[in-house]
Design a protein around this ligand. Structure first.
Ligand SMILES: [Zn+2]
Length: 244
């Protein structure tokens, strides 16, 4: 999907509410895809593989965008770190990893610690059209680092310490663990991936990251991607209150 001729960034937030529901009802692939007109975007995730699971189709569909992907954990993981670099090559993105604690006990991290980890990987001087990250509520039941990452990124964006016109949050849920995470129907932006893009996304999960076809990751890999989209702190704050 190419940019419009003007190259103008269309603000997704202006199409929320009734229009978003109409778009979903009309079939998301064409109309909502037209809303993505960002030239630079940062994807900030907790772990290597989250960028592919939750936004890989968007990245693959919009090769014209300059993508920076940052993972906050696993820089020192001798298995996952090189796989992340290969995944970025497949996605046509640049990026790097940090080394936040990611032990199996998932002990809570102070928001300041996560914010510092983001800031260390993305200097405040970097300016993006959009930043994409986890929802503060995560995507499935339940991964603390996802939620912490979403909160920290949104907090930095609200404070103007992460410069981007738009904040997009992954919009998935798993019915409290009843089924693999899937797109939330009421999300502001949804897109059903083409078979080709979905296959390419799945191949990164299985062939690059090495997850078996029956793994949680491979069986989750959503064909429909969805995001909550905000172009102002007020819009995000209002959403937080409504979805508290
Ligand atoms: Zn993760």
């Amino acid at each position: 999907m190419e940019f419009g001729a003007s190259g103008e960034t269309r603000r997704p937030h202006g199409r929320q509410g009734g229009s978003a529901r109409r778009l979903a009802a009309a079939g998301p692939e064409c109309e909502t895809a037209a809303q993505f007109a960002f030239r630079t975007a940062a994807v900030i995730v907790a772990h290597p593989d989250d960028e592919t699971l939750w936004a890989g189709g968007l990245i693959l569909t919009h090769r014209e965008c300059d993508w920076t992907v940052v993972g906050l954990c696993r820089k020192s993981d001798p298995d996952r770190a090189p796989k992340f670099r290969r995944a970025l090559a497949s996605l046509g993105a640049s990026g790097m990893l940090g080394d936040l604690d990611d032990g199996p006990e998932q002990r809570p991290l102070a928001e300041g610690v996560v914010r510092e980890a983001v800031a260390a990987l993305i200097p405040a001087s970097n300016v993006f059209d959009a930043v994409l990250t986890h929802s503060p509520r995560g995507e499935y039941t339940k991964h603390r680092r996802h939620e912490e990452t979403g909160k920290a990124v949104a907090s930095l964006w609200m404070a103007g310490l992460l410069a981007a016109k738009a904040l997009w949050l992954f919009a998935y849920e798993d019915g409290q663990g009843q089924y693999p995470a899937r797109a939330i129907p009421s999300a502001h932006w949804r897109q059903v991936l083409s078979a080709e893009v979905w296959q390419a996304k799945g191949a990164i999960i299985t062939d690059v990251y090495g997850f078996s076809p029956s793994s949680f990751e491979a069986s989750t890999t959503p064909r429909e991607e969805a995001f909550w989209c905000f172009d102002s702190g007020a819009a995000y704050s209002g959403w937080l209150i409504q979805n508290g």
